[in-house]
Design a protein around this ligand. Sequence first.
Ligand code: SAH
Length: 259
Amino acid sequence: MGKVYLVGAGPGAPDLITLRAARLIEAADIVFHDALVHPDTVALAAKAVKVAVGKRAGQVSTDQRFINRQLVEAARHHAIVVRLKGGDPMIFGRAQEEIESLAAAGIEFEVVPGITAALAASAQLGRSLTRRGLARTVSFVTPRVMANEGPNETESDWLDAAVAADTTVLYMAAGQAPDIARRLIASGKAADTPVAIVENATLDSEQRILTTLAALTASRFQFTGPAVLCVGQVFAATQAEQVHSSRMRELHATRCRLA
Ligand code: SAH
C-alpha cells in the first residue's frame, strides 16, 4: 500500500513551493494535478505518471468522487502518490473530501501546505493583511456554493463574515465582482472601502487593480486567469499606485474590447 501526499503547489510561480513539496513531486510515482498548477511544477515529476484532474470555473472538471476513487486506487499500485493542488490544499481545495475517502479506505496520507492565493496577493501588493492599527481580523471567503453540496450553507455565512472582518479576501468571486460589491455595501460595508484585485498572482501575467467597493459596482472587468478580491482599509492606494492601476484598467478595457 502506498501513501498519498496532498501537496500545495503554491499560487502560480513554480519556485513558490516548499522544499518538501519539490522533493515529493520529484519522487512521485504518480501525480494527480489541478488545472491551475504551473506546467513547470508538474514537470518536476520526472518519473511519474501525470494525471490532470482539472478544476477550473466554467470548464469541464473531473467529478470529485471520481478523483477520490482514483487516489485510493493509485495508492494500491504505487508507493508515492502526489495529489498536487493549487495554493494550499486545505483552503477551498476539497482536501477534506479526499482525506476522508483515503481514511475510509485505510490509506496513509500526509498534507504538505502551500502558499494560498490570499497570501500571494498580500505579498505582491506589498500590503500586510493585518496592518497594525488598521486590521486585526482577516477572513478568507468564497461566495461560491457547489451544486449538490453544503445543504447547511446559506448566503449570510459568507456575507456576514466578509462584512465583519477588517480584511477580507474573496476566492472564486472575481466573475461576480460588481454584484459582490453591491451586496457588501448593502450589508453595511462602507462604499469607499478600498479593494485590490489581483489576477494571476505571482505569474508574469499578473495584473493588479486598485479600486473601491463603490467603483467596483459599476465595473466591467473580465478575468481570464484566477483572481482574488481583497477588501479592506489596508488596500488603500497610494498616489503612485493609483496611476499604475488606472493604466492597468485601460489595458483591461482594451483587452475586453479585443476579446
Ligand atoms: N487552494 C487554492 C484555492 C483554490 S480555489 C489556494 O489556496 O489558493 C480557486 C481560487 O483561488 C480562484 O478562483 C482564485 O480566487 C484563487 N486563486 C488561485 N490562484 C490564484 C492566483 N495565482 N492569483 C489570484 N487568485 C488565485
